[in-house]
Design a protein around this ligand. Structure first.
Ligand code: UGA
Length: 401
């Protein structure tokens, strides 16, 4: 809170500093300690607390319950409490019970923005979903979004909560499908880019979220896909399709590990099969445009390579200025270089794990000149295979010959 008050935005998020600074300067935004201080006297209170994963894959609602318990006594009569946290079906009534305020409406309003493009996504939503059995409360919340001129879907609370999980589950399914087809393309001699362009051009399928890669990660898809399986199972339904989506993703990490091992002329069987192999990693974050390392496929793959005996050094644009405590903890066991070429120095295998545009702009001759070997595994299909092979790389990517 002190850092925010000092005008410092502690995360990498395009455009966020500008909107925050403007709002603070205009007197429309302030940062306080304590939920009750923020909620007192407010007409609308948004709950946007994390709902991390519990041991059994279900969502941990303790932050949500704590926030509701704290604001319950101070809410003004007729206030509207809006839950933006991703919560299992039925949580709106949990908030109602904890608040103990029959004079206050609780509305579900899931958020669909992506990290890295959060400001843009929030201001340009494909739809706004509002779930409440009380239609006047739903209309009050819808009115808040009127300036965005977006499609508004008003439904009951249970459906709104389900929409959030089903949307993330479906998007994860699209990516797992693309990754599975990429594996097939490699086997049959087809090209994933052409195949995804071909199927994505069908308006019923659409081109978005069909980019193959090292597997999906981040703070949402992994936890929400597992929560979807857990919620279904708690209600007696075995969501086997979602379990398949998750296992295809786990396999994808392992497929990338095997590509790196093969590029080093090794396998993955036995004790420390990658002993003596130096891996130079480009990218730590779960995607470009964010400094978030949570559930990053890059780190899952690098941890496995290190466990197989490889020496791993990497670089990410978000670690260029040195590591904070969180980054240091998550990157323990890996060397962290000050720039991309530093990560590749003396490497037997270079591996691209995050699609940062500055990696695509690297000069292949310079990359090769600092490396000990000539192998490049491009898990993001960032480079043109013909260009990299012409430069002298032994090049492998995802779903392409
Ligand atoms: C995701 C959803 O896209 C948002 O709509 C949702 O609001 C958010 O979760 C959430 O629940 O809070 P986010 O986790 O920020 O957003 O990231 P995405 O852009 O969806 O990417 C997730 C993962 O999928 C990344 O690892 C990314 O590299 C991967 N991905 C994405 C692919 O491998 N291929 C694609 O075509 C797209």
């Amino acid at each position: 809170v002190a850092r925010l008050r000092a005008g410092e935005i502690p995360i990498v998020e395009a455009g966020l500093d500008e909107v925050v600074h403007d709002a603070v300067a205009a007197g429309r935004l302030e940062f306080v300690v304590g939920a009750a201080t923020g909620a007192e006297g407010a007409d609308f209170v948004f709950l946007c607390v994390p709902t991390p994963q519990d041991d059994d894959g279900s969502a941990d609602l303790s932050y949500l319950a704590a926030a509701a318990a704290e604001i319950g006594p101070v809410l003004k009569a007729g206030a509207t409490v809006i839950n933006k946290s991703t919560v299992p079906v039925g949580s709106t009534s949990v908030v109602e019970r904890v608040l103990q305020r029959p004079d206050v409406s609780v509305v579900s309003n899931p958020e669909f923005l992506r990290e890295g493009t959060a400001v843009h996504d929030f201001l340009n939503p494909d739809r706004v979903v509002i779930g409440c059995d009380d239609t006047t409360a739903a209309e009050r919340v819808a009115a808040l979004y009127a300036p965005l001129d977006a499609k508004v879907v008003v439904t009951d609370a249970a459906s709104a909560e389900t929409i959030k999980y089903a949307a993330n589950g479906f998007l994860a399914m699209k990516i797992s499908f693309a990754n599975a087809v990429a594996a097939m393309c490699e086997a049959v001699g087809a090209n994933i880019d052409a195949v995804m362009n071909g199927i994505g051009s069908d308006a019923r399928i659409g081109p978005a979220f069909l980019r193959p890669g090292p597997g999906w990660g981040g703070s949402c898809f992994p936890k929400d896909s597992r929560a979807l399986v857990a919620i279904a199972s708690q209600h007696g339904y075995d969501f086997s399709m979602m379990r398949g989506v998750i296992s295809v993703n786990d396999e994808q990490h392992e497929r990338m590990v095997r590509k790196v091992a093969a590029a080093a002329g090794r396998g993955v069987a036995g004790y420390h099969p990658l002993e003596g192999v130096r891996v130079g990693a480009l990218g730590f974050t779960f995607k470009a445009g964010t400094d978030d390392l949570r559930e990053s496929p890059a780190l899952a793959i690098l941890r496995r390579l290190a466990a197989l005996g490889a020496t791993v050094t990497g670089f990410d644009p978000t670690t260029a200025g040195g590591l904070d405590d969180v980054q240091a903890a998550r990157l323990a066991g890996f060397g962290v270089a000050p720039d991309a070429l530093g990560a590749l120095a003396d490497a037997d295998v270079a591996v691209v794990l995050t699609e940062w545009p500055e990696f695509a702009a690297l000069d292949p001759d310079k990359m090769l000149s600092v490396m000990r070997g000539t192998a490049l595994v491009d898990t993001r299909n960032l480079f043109d295979p013909a260009v990299m092979r012409a430069a002298g790389f032994t090049y492998d990517s995802v779903g392409r010959q």
